[in-house]
Ligand binder design. Sequence first.
Ligand SMILES: [Zn+2]
Length: 284
Amino acid sequence: MKWIGRRQSGNVEDRRYMSGGKKVAFGGGIIGLIIFVIFYFVGGGDSSQLVNELLNQGTATQSSNIAVDPAEDEMARFISVALADNEDVWNQVFTEMGSTYDEPVLVLFRDGTESACGFAATATGPFYCPGDQKVYMDLSFFDELKTRFGAQGGDFAVAYVLAHEVGHHVQTLLGISGKVQEQRKRLPEAEGNKLLVALELQADFLAGVWAHYTQKYKNVLEEGDIEEALSAASAVGDDRIQKKTQGYIVPDSFTHGTSEQRMYWFKKGYTTGDLNQGNTFDGI
Ligand SMILES: [Zn+2]
């Protein structure tokens, strides 16, 4: 995808260089708190300034000794452009529907970070949290996509995964995710899981719709981009993931759909660009 020099989104919250510093700041905070308590109860003096100094010392050391990986930084800039493309497409689609699109935030992190949906670890893989309307991503996931799950990689694979997560945001805004969660409560687990699969496949479809309009209005897709997305979609199908991690497939526990289904729905969104074609719930 052509991306150099194009608009980057302002909705990226970069926490990649925070994980090491967080502990230091936390340490300073605890020490500060203890000193504050001692001053407050014993000395009676004004300790707030001292506490602030301690806290500032803690955060000042934050990013000084964390190595910056230029390749990952480039990927972070690329994904900011891809997020801006998502904003442009969905702002327009929602406006055409007579509605407004609330742009989600993309949190980049390393190792682990807090989300409204609980602690996010690298092993969790990229995900969208409806609670804070943020997409969480550790960019090292994309190395794993290549080495562990056999995707061919490439920038458009990253863009596809982002667009899938933004697709979950779109489903949340449209009330689809809420309805699915409601219905799941009333269904046996295996039936409820089918709804989850349909929700996942629809997010793939929406990623395809995003690719459709990004190409139509910006003409930035390059030879091989769609293949990269399909390769990633195929690599993260539940059948592939389960084979890699367990050595066998348990159809009832599928939550994302098979590789074939994921590719089918992405392609459908990409070729039609028509939201009305995205009823993945039909026939389940
Ligand atoms: Zn998903």
